[in-house]
Design a binder for this molecule. Structure first.
Ligand code: 5GP
Ligand code: ZN
Length: 113
């Protein structure tokens, strides 16, 4: 499958990885919009959270646990951080491989733009 994030997870394309295990990869966003801007992805390709039923529950929980662990390691948990998964064109999803943005290191407004 011709998928950018599959290729980063497989190391066919270079990514700035900060975490990986058998199921999950976390890497730096190439165009950061915050001092800390990481992307957490499953190695398994699904296009968005709308296909989450294809995952075992332990993988769904595992991604959230990794996000929590990375937030602590990056020291963004104290001031607060944001986790975003844009879903579909209307929300601005540009890469159709499920990913969670982990954003930290600055103040975030609500509601988002
Ligand atoms: P989306 O717009 O789908 O929510 O988020 C996709 C994200 O992927 C964007 O923040 C974009 O900057 C990032 N991105 C796009 N291409 C690459 C790439 O080749 N490498 C990395 N590390 N990030 C990318
Ligand atoms: Zn993919």
């Amino acid at each position: 499958m011709d998928c950018l994030f599959c290729k980063i997870a497989n190391k066919e394309i270079k990514g700035d990885l900060v975490y990986e295990d058998d199921e999950i990869v976390v890497f730096k966003d190439i165009n950061p919009v915050a001092p800390v801007h990481l992307l957490a992805i499953p190695r398994q390709h699904i296009s968005s959270i709308m296909e989450i039923d294809k995952f075992e529950d332990k993988l769904t929980a595992g991604i959230l646990k990794v996000i929590s662990k990375i937030a602590k390691e990056m020291n963004i948990d104290g001031d607060g951080f944001r986790v975003v998964t844009n879903t579909g064109d209307g929300a601005g999803q540009s890469v159709k491989h499920l990913h969670f943005h982990i954003l930290g290191g600055r103040k975030f407004n609500w509601p988002p733009g």
